[in-house]
Ligand binder design. Structure first.
Ligand code: MRU
Length: 365
């Protein structure tokens, strides 16, 4: 998508310097900084420190990490080391393991001399596929938004609510939950997006930055406002992303998603999840007991980062010194609260039957 009129992806390979470049998302929305990722340690740091974040982008970044590892040393032992090193960065988003496994499975049978180029070609393919998957999620989601728009009084926008940032910054391009928004806006449908702030890291500010850059009307709200807005008929549809969806259609996403799903159900608001197929974990059936939930630094809760009046990016403490804080980063929304899964192949029921019917090839693999 565009930043100040210039098209960007969230990561790109510089062939002449043989280096990956990323947007360091820690400084957004206040500062747009591009950064080289040049060593295996850089790749791990970029994921752990959330310079890159969002399930699909974590996966694509890890694929480039494997490509770099193969350039340095294409041996089996180094490949396995790179797999472990990158895999241990963040536990919840399944796209990380999906991308690393895909790289290792493809590389293992190859002669060592061919591994570097093949790994880079695969990383490019994973990035390009992600863009195409998200574009198609957008087209399927557009049909749902069109249907809602057709039932709204003339002149009234369709009000969507989203949580976290499942935008182009969280993917290679388009985003998952935001792709239907971009497609609907570009198709001339009048939209307004309620953007949850998404404490503790405020990924909603990234979503606001994206939507603002694309000219989509939106309002940034506190995480606690959604239920109230739904009670007052001000939300037509919720769309969120996912970090890992089980074979039964349970959805693990950013902390707070579950509460939005409960509020949506209580108020008859459709609750959709934008789901790229690499985010399905076919090995997990019970999301609540089986998905590892990342527990992050409590300082993300006790402190908050923002722009000071002096124009610097700074951090302040919001709790009394020494207050214990807890920071589970994701939660699981059971499938019965999900109206539908918007995938690249179409809209699926959030159930084992629904996912198997939509992806019989992947379910069988
Ligand atoms: O901790 P983050 O910022 O990596 O979490 C991101 C999310 O939870 C997104 O909603 C999810 O990855 C879907 S992104 C298309």
């Amino acid at each position: 998508m565009k930043v100040n009129g210039t098209p960007y992806r969230s990561l790109w390979w510089l062939a002449d310097r043989e280096v990956l470049q990323i947007i360091d998302q820690r400084w957004l929305p206040h500062d747009f900084r591009v950064q080289d990722v040049a060593t295996l340690q850089d790749f791990a740091d970029a994921i752990v420190q959330m310079r890159v974040r969002g399930a699909p982008l974590i996966g694509a970044t890890a694929a480039y990490g494997m490509a770099l590892a193969m350039r340095l040393d294409p041996s089996d032992s180094h490949m396995d080391h790179a797999w472990e090193f990158l895999h241990d960065t963040r536990p919840t988003a399944i796209n990380l393991r999906w991308a690393l496994n895909r790289c290792r499975d493809m590389l293992r049978p190859l002669h060592l001399n061919h591994r570097a180029n093949a790994a880079l070609a695969l990383a490019h393919a994973i990035a390009d596929e992600d863009v195409e998957i998200n574009r198609n999620i957008g087209l399927h989601g557009l049909e749902i938004i069109k249907d809602i728009a057709s039932r709204k009084p003339a002149g009234e926008p369709v009000n969507l609510l989203t949580h976290c940032n499942a935008g182009w910054l969280a993917t290679v391009d388009w985003g998952t939950a935001t792709s239907p928004m971009y497609h609907a806006h570009d198709a001339g449908i009048s939209l307004h997006i309620w953007v949850d702030e998404t404490r503790p890291r405020n990924q909603g500010a990234l979503t606001s930055w994206e939507l603002g850059s694309h000219g989509i009307p939106h309002t940034y709200i506190s995480d606690n406002a959604g239920g109230h807005l739904m009670q007052h008929g001000q939300v037509d549809m919720v769309i969120v992303g996912t970090d890992r969806t089980t074979a039964q259609g349970d959805v693990c996403n950013k902390i707070g998603t579950y509460l939005k799903a409960l509020a949506a159900r209580a108020n008859n608001v459709p609750f959709y999840v934008a789901l790229p197929s690499p985010t399905i974990d076919w090995t997990v059936t019970d999301g609540i007991s089986e998905i590892p939930i990342e527990e992050r630094d409590p300082a993300e809760v006790s402190h908050i980062q923002g722009l000071t009046d002096a124009g610097d990016i700074g951090t302040v403490q919001v709790t009394p010194t020494g207050t214990p804080s807890g920071n589970p980063a994701f939660d699981v929304t059971p499938n019965h609260l999900v109206t539908g899964l918007i995938t690249e192949r179409g809209v699926s029921l959030a159930s084992g039957d629904g996912l198997r019917a939509m992806f019989p090839d992947l379910a069988a693999a």
